[in-house]
Design a protein around this ligand. Structure first.
Ligand code: SF4
Length: 236
């Protein structure tokens, strides 16, 4: 992809069309950051794949938040209906790995170099699991968020896919109203939706934004796109 502008949604559609023609239902490991982000992705991709949702998010702080998000993820899988089976796999809560990775980058803003490393940390574990489990493909729900860099996610995923010998399913799930649909599904299932990305640094950044908004009386998050649903302003 080498920095060229790629329409990742179109590329994904090509893969899905080919699978349909070949009448294949491959095994896909999806790294999921949270239930709301996964809702649309599961609705969309479970028509084409046998899915295992892989919950590996050592970035999340505090532990109570981690527990909340993982339970909500399991709860959603139990409640949704799918054409092909969807199962769940919990990764380790490797907090030390995340803090070792982010050392020296604690003060960076969301979207900077720390986040690229954070994507890679989670995708690398997903690639390892996909190889160990004999999956045909792996991917992540992260590209659904307007706050996430789809190009970087796809570049990292494709590179790791080559390293681990497992196909990376490229995506930009926010396209085709994917983000909007995830908000609708979150509302329909009454999902818990966090208002910060996940790590302690993003939590502090969010708190600071709220303080600033309080001072200026602004209702819209600085640096964040206003969400369609004001009760749930951020996806991880
Ligand atoms: S802001 Fe989000 S993506 Fe960036 S390091 Fe923190 S948890 Fe990871």
């Amino acid at each position: 992809m080498n920095g060229q502008k790629v329409n990742y949604q179109k590329e994904l559609e090509k893969v899905l069309n080919r699978l349909e023609k070949e009448q294949k239902v491959p095994a896909l490991l999806i790294h999921s950051c949270c239930a709301p982000c996964s809702s649309y992705v599961l609705e969309y991709l479970s028509r084409y794949f046998r899915i295992t949702v892989f919950y590996y998010n050592p970035n999340i702080y505090p532990e109570s938040e981690y527990t909340k998000r993982i339970l909500e993820q399991q709860n959603l899988i139990r409640r949704m209906e799918f054409k092909h089976p969807v199962s769940f796999l919990a990764g380790k809560y490797d907090k030390e790995k995340f803090y070792a990775m982010s050392e020296g980058m604690e003060d960076m803003k969301e979207g900077g170099a720390r986040c690229m490393k954070c994507y890679e940390l989670r995708l690398r574990e997903a690639a390892e699991q996909a190889r160990a489990g004999g999956f045909d493909y792996f991917t992540t729900t992260l590209s659904i968020s307007p706050m996430k860099n789809a190009q970087k996610l796809n570049e990292i995923g494709v590179r790791l896919g080559q390293e681990y010998g497992v196909g990376y399913l490229i995506s930009d799930f926010k396209k085709k109203n994917g983000y909007k649909r995830s908000i609708e599904l979150s509302r329909e299932y009454g999902l818990y939706r966090q208002d910060y990305c996940g790590c302690v640094f993003s939590m502090r950044e969010r708190e600071e934004q709220k303080r600033q908004e309080g001072k200026s009386g602004a209702g819209i998050l600085k640096g964040r796109k206003p969400a369609a649903d004001k009760s749930a302003q951020s996806l991880s």
